[in-house]
Design a protein. Structure first.
Length: 169
């Protein structure tokens, strides 16, 4: 009877251990990371304007291990937002145009939206953007995820560029 009890205990130990081994080997794959979860926005602001157009700026930081791309943006402050860049035209004059392909943010890196460079173009303002107020902005990424942030409205005398529709990328 003693031999049976030792053998039974061994089987019981193996029986209790085997499901733990299987559980460790059959873990479900992690859900894919969303671009929005990896991106933080800092130093965000929008240029004050009474009507027409304005621009938004800040730093977009990607803490993830893969590059991400902002493909669109929205705000209740504007009828539409466009992702813009400022580049030289064929004659060397600086022009503002839609950024083809969106804003790419490298893995572990950042993209600075700044006057005279990449920026968010607020078009068809729904109301004046008054200094000291804030407005909401939603960024959408190429994987369909999105993130939102509040941007403070500030006075800024620079960035008087003219937008010329039709200058494609």
């Amino acid at each position: 009877m003693a031999a049976f009890s030792v053998r039974a205990r061994r089987y019981a130990a193996v029986g209790a251990f085997f499901p733990l081994v299987l559980a460790g080997c059959s873990s479900s794959p992690a859900a894919p990371a969303r671009s929005a979860d990896a991106v933080t926005v800092t130093d965000q602001w929008v240029k004050a304007a009474d009507s027409g157009m304005s621009a938004g700026f800040g730093e977009l930081r990607n803490s993830g291990g893969a590059p991400v791309t902002v493909v669109s943006a929205t705000s209740p402050a504007a009828g539409r937002l466009e992702l813009h860049e400022v580049v030289p035209d064929a004659d060397g004059a600086m022009i503002m145009r839609v950024k083809a392909g969106g804003f790419a943010i490298p893995a572990g890196g950042a993209l600075t939206l700044r006057p005279g460079g990449d920026h968010l173009m607020f078009m068809e303002l729904s109301a004046p953007l008054r200094t000291g107020s804030t407005t909401e902005v939603v960024l959408t990424f190429d994987d369909g995820s999105s993130t939102s942030f509040s941007a403070q409205v500030r006075d800024f005398a620079g960035a008087q560029e003219e937008y010329v529709p039709g200058h494609g990328a």
